[in-house]
Design a binder for this molecule. Sequence first.
Ligand code: C2E
Ligand code: CA
Ligand code: CA
Ligand code: CA
Length: 279
Amino acid sequence: SKANGGNNFHFFDQKMDNQGHDYLNLINDLRQAIKKQEFFLTYQPKVDLTNKKIIGAEALIRWQHPKKGVIYPDQFIPEAEKSGLINEIGEWVIKQACLACKDWITAGFKDFTVAVNVSSQQFKQDNIYQVVKTALNNAKLAGKHLELEMTESLLVENSHELKKLLQDISLLGVHLSIDDFGTGYSNLSYLKEFDIKTLKIDRSFVNDVENNGKNKALVKAIIQMAKGLELTTVGEGVENQQVAELLSDFTCDYGQGYLWSKPVRDKDFIKFIHSYAKP
Ligand code: C2E
Ligand code: CA
Ligand code: CA
Ligand code: CA
């Protein structure tokens, strides 16, 4: 009925308004969070599948919200991207991660690397090259210790500018990785175009690889293709020994997942690597 339609419309209208309101609240909170340094990083170790030694870690951001407690990235990174605040947050992440990696090296883990997630937006800001270079200089960290994880969606553009930018970043010694590989685009020609070093095989394929025949075939094929292109591979979301063994049988180079460790709070990470016992 007309009345119902009216009600529905009113309800819809209010909901839209609330969503807009929530979004603005979140953006304001994020601005405050940047100012008050409410973010912290956790590090999840990456292990060599042949000897199970830790070779480095991925930085994963958390937000210690004053009222809501710890907030995970899926709850605020999309909004940070939409609002452009990701550039400032991302710059902080790169800087902190470089400093942390320097600390690990100083603590005796001299070949460790740190991987940072970089949103597509960050590659579109004009100073990302300078941000990376400054963070490395500031931490006195060689570029080869830093890895930038990007998603396939960035690379399908295949523009001249992007190619040049990633080339310049590579020339700093920094490694470029494709995150969540296999979930994005079917056109893989970008793999030849850019200086990519590593494919991180998405957790959705890896997680149940031991009892899902299709995922098994996919993971095996991705690793084989990567070998042919001289790319290294990382299996994400490894939760048990069978998966680790299967990846290793397929000649996947590295693994990451709860089998070895959940992400560890920044200040606890050195203690963690000292006490790490291979499972
Ligand atoms: P991602 O880069 O794919 O990171 C892997 C996610 O899987 C992390 O979630 C990690 O905690 C989780 N994980 C690791 N091992 C396992 C496992 O064995 N099993 C399961 N079920 N999960 C596992 P987290 O920390 O919540 O991060 C979610 C996403 O947020 C990340 O996905 C990344 O895309 C984004 N993110 C995190 N930190 C940053 C950042 O500093 N900047 C940007 N732009 N994005 C970030
Ligand atoms: Ca990642
Ligand atoms: Ca991933
Ligand atoms: Ca992901």
